[in-house]
Design a binder for this molecule. Structure first.
Ligand code: HEC
Ligand code: HEC
Length: 224
C-alpha cells in the first residue's frame, strides 16, 4: 500500500524510478545487407517509450556524418513507438562496415544501435567528383587537424578513424613497420591514387601543411 503513492509522487516529480531506460531502440544490431558503393543503404529501427511519462526525442547522433537517422515522430507517449529511418551514404566505403546511432530524449535517456552493411565496389566512384574533404565530411575528416603540431595528435585527429587507434589497422591497413619518413610523407600527402585514401596535403585539397606532414610521418616511422 505504501509503495504505490511513493512511486506516483516520484513519477510526478520527474524523478526516474526505473533503473532501466524506458527509451528503447530495436533491434540493437541491424543488418542493412549488401549495397554497391555510391548507393545509399537504408533501414528502419523501432524507437519505443516503455515508460510511464511522455518522452520527446531531442537528438539523433551517428558516429560518421555519412550516416543519418530521422524519426517519423519526435513525441512518444507512454507505451508509444515510432520508426527511426537510417541511411548510410556509402561513398569511399568497401567491405564490411559498422556504424553507430544514438538517440537522446528530453529526460536525459540515451538509446543506441549498431548498423552493419557490406559494400561492393561501384565502378564509377572515382569519377563521381566527390571527396572525403567535401563540406559535410570535412568537419570530422579534415578540420580536426587544424592547429595540431604533434604527429600523434594529428594521427588521432584525422587518421585513427580509418587506420585504427594504434595504427595497427582497422577499416584501412596497418601503418606499422614503415620506417622511411620521407616516403610516408609523400604517400600521405599525395594519397594512394584512390578516393579511399585521398592526398592529405593542402596542395591536394587536404588539411595538412608541410610541417604537419613531416611531424606525422616522423611519428609513424618511429612506431614498431
Ligand atoms: C561527425 C564526424 C564525421 C563526419 C561529419 C563524417 N565522418 Fe566519416 N567517419 C567518422 C568516424 C568517427 C569514422 C570511424 C568509424 C565510425 O565510428 O563510424 C568514420 C569513418 C569513415 C569511413 C571509413 C569506413 C567506415 O565507414 O567506417 C569513410 C569512408 C567515411 N567515414 C566517409 C565519410 C564521408 C563520405 C563523409 C561525408 C559524407 C563523412 N565520412 C563524414 C566521422 C565522421
Ligand atoms: C576514410 C578512411 C581513411 C582515412 C581517414 C585515412 N586513410 Fe590512409 N588509407 C585508407 C585506405 C582504405 C588505404 C588503402 C589504400 C587504398 O585503398 O587506396 C589507405 C592507405 C594509406 C597508406 C598507404 C599504405 C600502403 O600500403 O602503401 C598510408 C601511408 C596511409 N593510408 C596513411 C594515412 C594517414 C597518415 C592518414 C591521416 C592523415 C590516413 N591514412 C587517413 C583509408 C584512410
Amino acid at each position: 500500500m505504501m509503495r504505490l503513492p511513493l512511486l506516483l509522487l516520484a513519477m510526478l516529480a520527474g524523478i526516474p524510478v526505473a533503473t532501466a531506460s524506458p527509451l528503447l531502440l530495436q533491434p540493437q544490431v541491424l543488418d542493412l545487407g549488401q549495397v554497391r558503393e555510391g548507393d545509399v543503404a537504408k533501414g528502419s529501427l523501432i524507437l519505443r517509450n516503455d515508460g510511464p511519462v511522455p518522452l520527446s526525442i531531442t537528438g539523433v547522433q551517428t558516429s560518421c556524418g555519412c550516416t543519418t537517422g530521422v524519426p517519423d515522430q519526435r513525441l512518444l507517449p507512454p507505451g508509444g513507438f515510432t520508426l527511426l529511418h537510417v541511411r548510410v551514404d556509402t561513398f569511399a566505403k568497401r567491405g564490411k562496415i559498422r556504424k553507430q546511432v544514438w538517440v537522446t530524449d528530453d529526460q536525459g535517456h540515451t538509446a543506441a544501435a549498431v548498423l552493419h552493411l557490406t559494400v561492393r565496389p561501384g565502378r564509377h566512384m572515382r569519377m563521381a567528383g566527390r571527396s572525403l574533404f567535401e563540406a559535410r565530411c570535412a568537419a570530422c575528416h579534415a578540420a580536426p587537424a587544424a592547429g595540431q603540431h604533434e604527429g600523434a595528435k594529428i594521427y588521432a585527429a584525422v587518421c585513427a578513424m580509418c587506420h585504427g587507434a594504434d595504427a595497427r589497422g582497422a577499416y584501412a591497413p596497418s601503418l606499422r613497420g614503415r620506417h622511411d619518413a620521407a616516403a610516408l610523407a609523400r604517400r600521405i600527402g599525395d594519397g594512394t591514387g584512390s578516393h579511399y585514401m585521398p592526398g592529405f596535403a593542402k596542395r591536394r585539397g587536404g588539411p595538412l601543411d608541410a610541417a604537419q606532414l613531416r611531424a606525422l610521418s616522423q611519428w609513424l616511422a618511429s612506431l614498431h
